[in-house]
Design a protein around this ligand. Structure first.
Ligand code: PHE
Length: 468
């Protein structure tokens, strides 16, 4: 098949599976990068890096990305492309073709459960960026910035007030779930494709501008570099290692078969090895840029690096009120963040819907409505965890933290572990070499070694240690 015919076929496949279809040749990289880059990079990475003491945590995180996340990312995409269907269907067809047990489809089941839980709280946080977009428009951010007293305190109050309002949180959560469901059900895909095309570069440029601003005006850029990159291993706990590992999975969107679903649309001639490097590299860069934009402001304002989930919402608005044209910058920032979050939420809902469509023969709108509404309902527990149900705890965590913990720190690593064992020990070496597309190189051997030995031992040890 010549390449234009092939890309047409790819577009049609995408069109069928993702009603409306990603049409360009960059479809896969864009969709996968859109899934990876999201709240995990801009919201979660800085706040957990702050909570777990900076440097040593960041180093462990980077090691987890390179040595564990990246090999599993490639493995997931590969299983998706070779299997060619929804994740569960892919494991079944590979079992038939390569002669192994069908039971590996349990990985797809874990992924579906995990997607359900992640989306419920992710959507609530994505809603915060919509609330902040509104705060820019109605002047609340400018007002907090212009107050003669402590700006950091005023921004802190703004965030605390948002969390204290179930109605405001519910509105954001509902909007995000609504848009996600519309997109997944098949309405405005071409619009999303266009949005994602400029969103990734747009967010990237804005973050660079914010880093430059933070470096030039706060006088605390070197403190931020020291905090983020100078490891102090005495501050590193086992819990921090687990969180770093879990976040490596979360930020790369691996461990719950989202990348497998996207991989099933990938054309044969694309090298999965190279594509994975590009996705993981971009994702890491965005996270580090977010950290470099935020921590100088944290230190200059005397804020607490471990302030928790509100970190970016308290720090960045301070920068926005101080630069000329700050309101426009703020609007663009929260808009890009919301779109970055949406390109992740659709990748989380997609495998769940796709499964019901194929297994139960439900129509796409029906599957989307049923699953989306159920996830929205579960999300209400995260909405209330910040206010009326703040005292309700499970294993000492509020409902929001609990959902985050169970998914990022248990289910994603467990899914990743099984994917590594499957790709490393069940699939043949020839299959791996064929799919990875790096030829008979040393890279192939290194990759296979990481999948077969380092990942199972490393992830297994961290999981077991933390469970007991
Ligand atoms: N990777 C996304 C982020 O960093 C979140 C995500 C997790 C998306 C799991 C898909 C699957 O925001």
């Amino acid at each position: 098949m010549n390449s234009s015919a092939e890309s047409l076929r790819g577009a049609r496949l995408l069109g069928r599976r993702h009603a409306g279809g990603w049409s360009s040749r960059m479809a896969f990289i864009l969709a996968a990068a859109g899934s990876a880059v999201g709240l995990g990079n801009v919201w979660k990475f800085p706040y957990i890096a702050g909570e777990y003491g900076g440097g040593a945590f960041v180093l462990v995180y980077l090691a987890c990305i390179g040595l564990i996340g990246l090999p599993i990312l490639a493995a997931e995409i590969m299983i998706g492309r070779r299997g060619g269907g929804s994740p569960i269907h892919s494991f079944e067809s590979l079992a038939a073709r390569e002669g192994h047990s069908k039971n590996w489809r349990v990985i797809g089941w874990i992924g579906i459960g995990c997607a359900f839980l992640i989306l419920s709280f992710y959507s609530v946080v994505a809603g915060w960026s919509l609330s902040y977009l509104w705060f820019v428009v109605d002047g609340q951010i400018a007002a907090a910035g212009s107050e003669s007293h402590d700006v950091a305190l005023a921004m802190g109050d703004l965030f605390a007030n948002l969390l204290a309002s179930p109605a405001a949180l519910l509105a954001g959560h509902t909007l995000i779930m609504g848009i996600t469901m519309l997109i997944v059900a098949g309405g405005i895909r071409s619009g999303l494709e266009r949005a994602v095309c400029w969103m990734v570069p747009g967010l990237f440029l804005l973050l660079i501008a914010l880093v430059v601003y933070a470096a030039a005006t706060t006088g605390r850029f070197t403190s931020a570099i020291t905090f983020l990159f100078k490891p102090d291993f005495s501050a590193l706990s086992w819990e921090a290692v687990l969180v770093a590992l879990g976040h490596a999975f979360f930020t790369l969107s691996v461990g719950m078969t989202a990348m497998m679903a996207y991989g099933s649309y990938l054309k044969r001639h694309v090298s999965i090895g190279k594509a994975s490097f590009a996705i993981a590299g971009l994702d890491t860069l965005v996270a580090l840029l977010a950290g470099l934009a935020i921590f100088p402001i944290v230190f200059a304002q005397g804020l607490e690096p471990g302030a928790g989930p509100g970190l970016i919402f308290v720090t960045l608005p301070i920068a926005f009120t101080e630069v000329p044209g700050g309101s426009l910058v703020a609007m663009l920032f929260f808009l890009f963040l919301a779109i970055a979050a949406l390109s992740s939420t659709i990748s989380i809902l997609e495998p769940v819907v796709e499964y019901l469509e194929q297994r139960r023969a439900w129509t796409r709108p029906k599957a989307t409505t049923v699953m989306g509404t159920s996830i929205w309902m579960l999300g209400i527990s995260s909405v209330l965890a910040f206010n009326v149900a703040a005292d309700v705890t499970v294993f000492g965590m509020n409902l929001f933290d609990f959902l985050d913990f169970v998914t990022s720190n248990l289910l994603l690593p467990l899914g990743g572990l099984l994917i590594a064992i499957y790709a490393g020990h069940v699939l043949s070496r020839e299959a791996l070499a064929d799919e990875l597309g790096l030829g008979e190189s040393r890279l192939l051997e290194i990759w296979r070694f990481l999948l077969r030995y380092l990942t199972p031992v490393g992830v297994g040890a961290v999981l077991i240690y933390n469970l007991i």
